[in-house]
Design a protein around this ligand. Structure first.
Ligand code: UDX
Length: 441
C-alpha cells in the first residue's frame, strides 16, 4: 500500500521505517529540514536501537522516502499523523498546534476515500473535533494510538502488544459504513502483525483516545506506587527492591514497572498524565483523576530526595562539592532528555552550588543543549575524577557493571548514591564505599 507519515520524530520515523519493512511504500513528511535530510540520507536523527539497521534495510528497497513537501502525500491510501503533543507552556493541557497544523496541511492533498489515522497522543474529544472537516474532503478519520517505548520502538512497532482502531460510529455505537471501509484499509496495513495474532481492539473514537492516556496513567501510577513504598521503606529500614520482588510474584500485580528509584520522566508519561488531568477538568470529572496529582507529586519528590541524600552523605552541604552524575537520558537506550529525572537532579545540584559533571553514553549533546552550564564528560571514569559523591541516575548497563575498585581509584571520596537501585550494595560497601539508595537501608 502507499502510506504517508506526517511527523518524523521518535514515533513517526520508526513508524515510517516499520511500515516500509512490512512491504508498504512509505513517504515520511516533516517540517524539520535537518531531520528530513538525515532520514533521507539513511541516518537516524536520534538514538534508537535497531533504527539505523532498519533504515538501511528498507532504504535499499526504495520503498521509503522522506520530504518536507506535504504534496508528496498525494496518492497514499492512509496518512498517519505522528506529530508531537507537548505540554502547553505554563499549563497542564496538551498543546495541539502541531496536530492542527498537520491536518490543515494534509487536508488540501486528500482524495476521496483516503484514510487519516491519528497516532499522536491527544485529549479525548480531539478526533471528534477533527473528523467532520476530513469527512467533507471525502476522507475518513480513524484513531490508532501508538504504545511504543523508546529504546524498543522498532520491536514495539513491528510486534505490538495490541492494535487499537477507533472508528466513526453511528447512534447505536456501531461503526459507520465509512468506518468499516477504513477498518478494512487498516487491516491491510497491519496484515503482517494481525496474521501473527496481535490482538485487535475495534472501538469508537473516545475509547481509542482514552486507551492511550489510561495505559500511560496506569504505568505512571505503578511507578509512583512503588516509589511511595520506597518512602515507607526509608522510614522503616525496609528494602523496596525486595518488597517489589515479593509483591511482584503475585501475578495480579506483576514485577514489571515496579522498579523504585528516581521515577519516571521522558516525553510521554509526565505530560500525558497532566494533560489527562486537564482534560478531565474540562469534562467536569476532575475528581476522577485527582489521584494523578499525587502520582505526579510522589514522582517529583524522588528527585528532591536524591539531592537531600547527596547533602546527607556530603556532611550536610553540597556547596563546592564535586558531583558526578551517571546518566542524562530519561532512561537507558535513549538519547532523549525531555523531563529527564537524571538531568533534573544534576541541574538542581548545580543550582545549589555543587560542581556537577554529567556523563551519558548517548545523550550528552541533547543534555548540553538544555543545560549548557553543566560540565560533561564522555565516560563514567572521567566524570568521576576527584568526585566527592557519585550519583547513578540512569541505569545504562555500563553503569550497572562499574567496578567499585576501578571507580574508587579516581574519586576523592567513595560515596555512591544509586538512584535506580541497580547496584549490589554489599559489593560497593566491601570496596569501602558509602552506598545509599532510594528506598533501601
Ligand atoms: C512510555 C510507555 O511505556 C509507552 O507505552 C508509551 O507509548 C510512551 O510512554 P517511554 O516514555 O518510552 O514509554 O518509557 P518507559 O519505558 O515507559 O519509561 C518511562 C519512565 O519510567 C522512565 O523514566 C523510566 O526510567 C521510568 N521507570 C520505568 C521507572 O522509574 N520504574 C520502572 O519500573 C519503569
Amino acid at each position: 500500500m502507499r502510506i504517508s507519515v506526517i511527523g518524523c520524530g521518535y514515533l513517526g520515523a520508526v513508524h515510517a521505517a516499520s511500515m516500509a519493512q512490512l512491504g508498504h511504500e512509505v513517504v515520511g513528511v516533516d517540517v524539520d529540514e535537518a531531520k528530513i535530510a538525515s532520514l533521507a540520507g539513511g541516518r537516524a536523527p536520534f538514538y534508537e536501537p535497531g533504527l539505523p539497521e532498519l533504515l538501511a534495510e528498507v532504504g535499499a528497497t526504495g520503498r521509503l522516502t522522506f520530504t518536507t513537501d506535504m504534496s508528496a502525500v498525494t496518492g497514499a491510501a492512509v496518512h498517519f499523523v505522528c506529530v508531537g503533543t507537548p505540554q502547553t507552556n505554563g499549563e497542564f493541557r496538551a498543546d495541539l498546534r502541531y496536530v492542527d497544523a498537520a491536518l490543515t496541511g494534509l487536508r488540501e492533498h486528500l482524495r476521496p476515500g483516503d484514510v487519516v489515522a491519528g497516532k499522536s497522543t491527544v485529549p479525548v474529544g480531539t478526533a471528534e473535533r477533527l473528523a467532520p472537516d476530513l469527512a467533507a474532503a471525502g476522507a475518513t478519520l480513524v484513531w490508532n494510538p501508538e504504545f511504543l517505548r523508546e529504546g524498543f520502538a522498532v520491536q514495539d512497532t513491528l510486534h505490538p502488544d495490541r492494535l487499537v482502531y477507533g472508528l466513526p460510529t453511528d447512534a447505536d455505537g456501531e461503526p459507520t459504513a465509512r468506518g468499516r471501509e477504513a477498518r478494512a484499509v487498516l487491516d491491510q496495513v497491519y496484515a503482517t502483525p494481525l496474521a501473527e495474532g496481535v490482538p485487535l481492539v475495534v472501538t469508537d473514537y473516545a475509547t481509542a483516545q482514552l486507551v492511550k492516556v489510561a495505559a500511560n496513567s496506569f504505568l505512571a501510577t505503578k511507578i509512583s506506587f512503588i516509589n511511595a513504598m520506597a518512602e515507607l521503606c526509608e522510614a522503616t529500614g525496609a528494602d523496596v527492591t525486595r518488597l517489589a520482588d515479593a509483591i511482584g510474584y503475585d501475578e495480579r500485580i506483576g514485577r514489571r514497572f515496579l522498579n523504585a528509584g528516581l521515577g519516571f520522566g521522558g516525553g510521554c508519561l509526565p505530560k500525558d498524565i497532566r494533560a489527562f488531568m486537564a482534560r478531565a477538568g474540562e469534562l467536569g470529572v476532575s475528581d476522577a483523576l485527582t489521584f494523578l496529582q499525587e502520582v505526579d507529586s510522589v514522582n517529583m519528590r524522588r528527585r528532591v530526595r536524591l539531592v537531600d541524600l547527596a547533602r546527607e552523605v556530603c556532611d550536610g552541604s553540597i556547596v563546592g562539592k564535586r558531583v558526578a552524575v551517571l546518566g542524562a537520558a530519561f532512561k537507558p537506550e535513549s538519547d532523549d532528555v525531555r523531563d529527564s529525572p537524571a538531568l533534573s537532579v544534576a541541574a538542581q545540584m548545580q543550582l545549589q552550588g555543587a560542581h556537577v559533571t554529567v556523563t551519558d553514553p548517548q545523550a550528552i549533546d541533547n543534555a548540553r543543549a538544555k543545560w549548557p552550564d553543566l560540565r560533561f564528560a564522555p565516560t563514567a571514569l572521567e566524570a568521576a575524577q576527584g568526585a566527592d559523591v557519585v550519583l547513578l541516575a540512569t541505569e545504562w548497563s555500563q553503569y550497572r557493571d562499574l567496578d567499585p575498585e576501578e571507580l574508587g581509584a579516581v574519586v576523592a571520596h567513595r560515596r555512591m548514591l544509586d538512584g535506580r537501585n541497580v547496584l549490589v550494595p554489599a559489593q560497593w560497601r566491601a570496596a569501602g564505599w558509602t552506598y545509599r539508595a532510594l528506598g533501601r537501608p
